[in-house]
Design a binder for this molecule. Sequence first.
Ligand SMILES: [Zn+2]
Ligand SMILES: [Zn+2]
Length: 379
Amino acid sequence: MMISNIRRKIRAELELPRDQRRFGTGWLAGTGGLAAAVAALALTVCLQFPDLLTTPELQRLTMAGWFRIVIMVLLIHAFACAILSMVLRPNRTLAITTLAVVLIASILGALHLRTDAVATSGIFLGLDFFILNLIFLGFIFIPLERLVPQHPDQTVFRTEWREDLFYYLVSSMMVQVLSFLTLAPSGFILAKADLSATRNFLGNLPLIVQIILIMILTDFVQYWLHRAFHRVPALWRFHAVHHSAQTMDWLAGARMHFLEVIILRAVTATPMFVAGFSETALQAYILIVYVYSSILHSNIRVEPKWLSGILATPRFHHWHHGVEREAIDVNFAIHFPLFDRIFGTHHLPDGKWPSGYGIEGHPVPKGYWRQFLYAFGRG
Ligand SMILES: [Zn+2]
Ligand SMILES: [Zn+2]
């Protein structure tokens, strides 16, 4: 009862309309402090249970001595923000919550943190990947969406931000499962076919060439898979979850049914593993996809004209999410609009944006689990 009360209060504070959260009201300090405190707490928990919660690829980073200093800086920042917010703001909800989280993180952090790299052979959840990714993308997109927004009234804590954040958490936590799903079929194919000549050739190309090739090949495969998700009714129920977003921002792209994420990753990444691209190129591509997906869904109106002919832009993908009739089944590509031009699905009316987002009649229910079941025909 008390917890749900506190949650309601925090949510009300975070979701305040723009005019009530102006600079100087203490809202920014309260929110920034709380975000830093929660990130520090999550990273502290990661370091307490490194073999369960950290990503092996990130351990060189998270297990380094200076990483504790990063956490400490986050905590000090959170503490300072909470004090500032307390001075400026009569409503103390954010400040007190921040202080409580800072206290819990400090107590946890004072316990023995492991800084030795741990061999994670068993199951792990990429909580560190989620937090670091969120900090990185948040630093880029929150200011950009404020500076050059397409929808100026839209705020960070807009409708259903918690749902989309949860989608983001689930897909990041499942990095291990997802990479296993792509590695297993690749191993199977490689055992059957001798592709050493192609693999040697592609694997030795300059890194940048490999990355561009991966982008082109993946986008081709992704284009047709995406189109199938729109055309086949059974698949559409899964993809409809992604299209149920009625607000577009850097986080909205994370809304994707778990099964679709698995299919998408397996189908697009398997050919790249098999083809023999270097691990560095494939990992770089994964990072590019995370950033690129945020760009495509972001609430950013800037669109250099020369670029929009070559690369997919927010406006290009926003049309894919548009509610109007003309936006149905257009712009399937993720990187190169050329695929849509070639296959006749390109739609980018000069300077125009769609009037709204979502599916006509909004058939998809709200909430992660209801959407999860809806896709299987149970909602
Ligand atoms: Zn779609
Ligand atoms: Zn999308």
